[in-house]
Design a protein around this ligand. Structure first.
Ligand SMILES: C[S@@+](CC[C@H](N)C(=O)[O-])C[C@H]1O[C@@H](n2cnc3c(N)ncnc32)[C@H](O)[C@@H]1O
Length: 265
């Protein structure tokens, strides 16, 4: 396994995923009842955009670099609706930079921890030794957080529905394996069947349109309801041509089989 998120931290895919993660966590915080976040593929937690890995690719320049220069926001060209949606996320990045330095960038675990309350719980899965060690350092001692050096797909199966009954599952695989689209579609559908009251966010790359089309068809044919498919095109014709995110809203209880969906259309 060669994937290292430090090469990609703060890129456009991270911006879309993290901006929505922040909005969902703020939404979950509107009710007093605690929530649980299960981050199945957590990464290292905190990144240095001036470090060797991020500098080697420079991907962050087309991501967070277009929105923030150090602590300075660069939102003047954006429609007000877009600026308003990005504001909570940018406030988190600025707070992270105030604590860790002006080139710091928080991964999903650090963002989540910033938005947790006293009784909320965070479960972080990371199987690679290097990122797992860095993650432990980034999170420090926190009784609300469990860092598990275990397979995130397995932990997802084992931990839902959580005792809090409210929460979010973030699935952000490395996509090094061609089967990962099929695993993601199957795991999402299985998890939702067990816990339709959860909110789900799942990232996927736009590289191979055939795989993406099959993935969306699989989701459309599953029982999943209230699914939003978000895709941001990045330009270019090879490599990562865009970034995708599946967001599944909470449903009170399992509503039974659903009519045909238009997700794949
Ligand atoms: C895309 S990165 C995660 C980025 C992170 N979610 C964020 O937004 O900051 C994917 C991570 O999953 C880890 N990983 C790969 N397979 C895994 C598995 N089966 N279970 C848990 N972690 C895994 C990789 O080592 C890598 O650090």
């Amino acid at each position: 396994m060669n994937y290292k998120h430090a090469f990609h931290a703060g890129n456009a895919a991270d911006v879309l995923k993290h901006a929505i993660l922040v909005l969902v966590l703020r939404y979950l915080s509107q009710k007093d009842a605690p929530f649980r976040l299960i981050d199945t593929h957590a990464g290292a937690g905190l990144y240095d955009l001036a470090g060797d890995d991020a500098s080697r690719t420079g991907e962050w320049h087309d991501g967070i670099g277009r929105l923030l220069d150090g602590m300075q926001q660069k939102l003047s060209g954006l429609p007000p609706e877009a600026a308003a949606l990005l504001a909570p996320y940018l406030a988190c990045i600025t707070a992270c930079r105030a604590e860790h330095g002006r080139m710091a960038y928080p991964g999903s675990p650090v963002l989540a921890r910033m938005l947790m309350r006293r009784d909320d719980r965070l479960v972080l899965c990371e199987t690679a030794a290097g990122p797992a060690k860095a993650l432990g350092k980034a999170i420090g001692r926190d009784k609300r957080v469990s860092i598990l050096p275990l397979d995130g797909w397995m932990v997802l199966k084992a931990q839902i529905p959580p005792k809090e009954k409210r929460g979010l599952v973030l699935i952000d695989p490395a996509f090094e394996d061609r089967d990962e689209f099929a695993t993601l579609a199957r795991s999402l559908a299985d998890a939702w069947r067990k816990w339709p009251g959860g909110v789900y966010l799942a990232w996927y790359p736009l590289k191979d349109q055939t795989l993406v089309a099959r993935f969306c068809r699989n989701l459309a044919e599953s029982d999943l309801r209230k699914v939003l498919r978000l895709e941001l095109m990045l330009g270019g014709t090879s490599g990562l041509t865009g970034t995708g995110l599946i967001a599944v809203a909470s449903v009170g209880s399992h509503p039974g089989p659903r009519p045909a969906s238009r997700l794949a259309a």
